[in-house]
Design a protein around this ligand. Structure first.
Ligand code: PHB
Length: 390
């Protein structure tokens, strides 16, 4: 049996769920499918920083109030290198801020909003393929949790299904894109401890990079640079604290039980095609950034804001002009965010092949940023997010 909707969305991450929410506000129906369970979606630990524009989209559209009540506004970050801390004051330089509010909390809010509005969200449903993208009746072929075949026909199919996107294959080759790998990764820990710092500390030290982030009054998130092949179980808790502490000289870390650890690989990727006919990509299906600039989820939100506008024009006025313009408009921000993420990454991490020249040049680069009003302003502008097309 074939079901029909205006927009078939593959993937119930931030991109897919927010798109469904924005379409619903515009009176456009959609079906969202995802192979994961609600529990898995709501508990997987991901990024934590929301740009001001992301927060405005979530609150202005009624998707989340909790981001402002539970989330914490941060007006700056610290860059630490060569034994000294340098605060980048977002409020003073660009008059904007960011919010610390974990991605899985955003997902809880979006799922709750979607269910409260009685919209169609199907979890445990795996997309197998997308057909007919060159017609005006593209279809998603999927398998339900009991093994039944599901076929959803729509005006447009949206791939919001992450870096291993099934929808991307329908656009021409799953590996087709601009790609870069990095010779390091992040070792991430979650621990039961009070915050060691009020704001995030991005620290470049001779031992390698570390990031001191937070989650709440009792849970903290921290990362340190490691080998991409590192085994997360290799270290004792004592060793992890010693590694972290050595990389943030000047701050005494408040220690506590480490209850989760993971290794995050670093990749930069931009798909060659963001659209073919009636299939479109958003979020990680379209691009991946290394986590240093905290851009991943924010970039997904920016794609979705543009695409929602294009889909409103398509479904309501039967106009394809904005859909035609979507890739170029989205790519302009995507490449700026790619640059910023690469720049923050390369400026703060120690490459295994780095020479003494490279390390001294890196400190020179960091100094040129923190000692220049314009350098600080560029970092603040990019970190808090360029304006959204709203
Ligand atoms: C996090 O808190 O998980 C986090 C914060 C900033 C980043 C990346 C991750 O750049």
């Amino acid at each position: 049996m074939t079901e029909r909707t205006s927009v078939a969305i593959v993937g119930a991450g931030p991109a897919g769920l927010l798109l469904a929410h924005l379409l619903d506000i515009a009176g456009i129906d959609s079906i969202v499918i995802d192979q994961r369970s609600r529990e898995e979606i709501e508990t997987t630990i991901r990024a934590g920083i929301l740009e001001q524009g992301t927060v405005e989209v979530l609150t202005d559209t009624g998707a989340s109030d909790r981001v402002r009540t539970v989330g914490q506004r941060h007006d700056g970050i610290e860059l630490r290198f060569d034994g000294e801390g340098h605060r980048i004051d977002f409020a003073a330089t660009v008059g904007r801020g960011v919010w610390l509010y974990p991605q899985h909390e955003v997902l809880k809010d979006l799922i709750a909003a979607r269910l409260a509005a009685g919209q169609d969200l199907r979890l445990g449903v795996t997309a197998d393929s997308v057909e007919g993208v060159d017609t005006d009746r593209p279809r998603v072929i999927a398998t339900g949790s009991d093994g039944e075949r599901i076929e959803i026909e729509a005006d447009v199919v949206v791939g919001a299904d992450g870096s291993r996107s099934v929808v991307r294959r329908a656009l021409g080759g799953s590996s087709s894109g601009h790609f870069r790998e990095y010779p390091f990764a992040w070792f991430g820990v979650l621990c039961e401890a009070p915050p060691s710092s009020e704001e995030l500390i991005y620290s470049s030290s001779p031992e390698g990079f570390a990031l001191i982030s937070q989650r709440s009054a009792t849970v903290q998130r921290m990362y340190f640079q490691c080998d991409p092949e590192e085994d997360p179980e290799r270290f004792s808790e004592r060793q992890l604290w010693d590694i972290l502490q050595a990389r943030v000289p000047g701050t005494t870390l408040k220690e506590g039980h480490i209850f989760q650890r993971d290794v995050l690989r670093f990749r930069s990727f931009v798909a060659h095609e963001l659209r073919r006919g009636r299939a479109v990509l958003v979020g990680d299906a379209a691009h991946t950034v290394p986590p240093t600039g905290a851009k991943g989820m924010n970039l997904a939100v920016a794609d979705v804001v543009l695409l929602a506008e294009a889909l409103r024009a398509l479904v309501r006025e039967k106009g394809e002009r904005l859909l035609d313009a979507y890739p170029e408009r989205a790519l302009s921000r995507i490449w700026k965010a790619q640059h910023f993420s690469w720049w923050m990454t390369s400026m703060l991490h120690t490459s295994p092949e780095a020479t003494d020249f490279d390390r001294r040049r890196q400190v020179g680069e960091l100094r040129s940023v923190v000692e220049s009003e314009h350098g600080r302003a560029y970092l603040a502008e990019a970190y808090t997010g360029w304006p959204l097309a709203r």
